[in-house]
Design a protein around this ligand. Structure first.
Ligand SMILES: [Mn+2]
Length: 343
């Protein structure tokens, strides 16, 4: 949660920026945080920081390309000190991952105040934005990052057909009509960077969720059609994954790089649908199995033990982890992991 002074500072820095450069994560929380800040002043450019959650020296070329007067970094867990030192710009970093020690950057991270304070980046961006017209964008970002913000009541009042009543986070994200909007934001961030950037550019001008959902304008129609096309790749995978739910504790679903990556989306949705199971979604790519793991109870200790003697790495949170395992060790890893779960 930002203090009034921090909100004031960020708002002023945005309003006086002539050519700000925004670096943001490629998930809905990151992109919603960008939209919320960008819509205040509509100046500058954005750079998507893809899955490798880190801004290092390789991003300096973006600074050289755009010549920004200020840099805003949103929902990116790691910014390297070298980048901060060499980019030589006033820098503002809004994030909510494990805090790091950095100098010469204004760092806004609720976990610096309290380690267990969980507030998505888009939540803080909305504190700065504070425009009720953009409330829906903040709600998409927060719900995607599994946080029910206090302004959800205002959202329910304003868009009762999207979210009818205060409910659990899982039902809001996967059961209520709202789920289409959240999935849409997630899927529009997939595909070729130029296509994703086109979608983001259009999103900066969308006035209400209905413009997209009811396809009330050419812009809304475009976004909805692109979403539907990507959704058509997801639905068969979800269906196939659901078929893997048997009597075993583990629900394992594997697919390949021939298909677009939906690993996180599948893992999250299946964890909601099968709350008692441990979910493993793995995509085979370039000789490795890239996976997401989910559990209702902590699975991180079992993952760490299962990785001993295996070519691969992994980690994350107690109940939500990621791992990358060499294909030739995959079977052994699964055996280890299952053994650890039952230990
Ligand atoms: Mn986030």
């Amino acid at each position: 949660m930002l203090t009034p002074a921090q909100i004031q500072l960020l708002r002023e820095e945005l309003e006086t920026a002539k050519n700000p450069l925004f670096f943001h994560d490629d998930d809905p929380d990151g992109v919603c945080a960008f939209l919320l800040l960008y819509r205040l002043n509509r100046e500058g450019h954005n750079v998507i920081v893809k899955s490798g959650p880190k801004i290092d020296l390789s991003f300096l070329r973006k600074v050289e390309e755009y010549h920004p007067d200020k840099i805003f970094i949103l929902d990116v867990p790691i910014v390297e000190q070298d980048f901060i030192d060499q980019a030589k710009r006033p820098m503002f970093w809004i994030d909510h991952h494990q805090p790091l020690q950095r100098t010469n950057i204004r760092y806004f991270n609720p976990r610096l105040i309290r380690q267990d304070l969980y507030l998505p980046s888009s939540y803080m961006a909305y504190e700065v934005n504070n425009n009720p017209d953009d409330l829906w964008i903040a709600v998409v970002g927060c719900l995607y990052d599994w946080h029910l913000p206090e302004f959800i009541d205002e959202f329910i009042q304003k868009y009762p057909d999207l979210l009818s009543k205060k409910t659990t986070i899982g039902d809001a994200v996967y059961k209520q009509p709202m789920k289409v909007l959240i999935r849409l934001f997630s899927f529009l961030m997939k595909g070729k960077t130029s296509d994703v950037q086109k979608s983001i550019k259009i999103l900066t001008r969308i006035k209400s969720p209905y413009e997209i959902l009811r396809q009330e304008s050419p812009a809304g129609r475009f976004l909805y059609a692109r979403f539907e096309k990507i959704n058509q790749k997801y639905d068969p995978l979800l269906k196939a994954a659901k078929k893997k739910a048997g009597r075993e504790k583990i629900l394992l679903f594997e697919y390949t790089e021939q298909q677009w990556s939906f690993t996180t989306d599948l893992a999250n949705e299946l964890a909601y649908l099968y709350p008692k199971k441990v979910i493993i979604i793995a995509r085979k790519k370039s000789g490795e199995m890239k996976c997401s793991l989910r559990g209702a109870t902590p699975i991180l200790p079992a993952l760490e033990k299962a990785l001993v003697g295996i070519q691969g790495y992994g980690g994350g949170h107690d109940v939500a982890c990621g791992a990358v395992i060499k294909e030739e060790d995959w079977k052994q890893f699964l055996e280890n992991f299952e053994g650890e779960l039952h230990a």
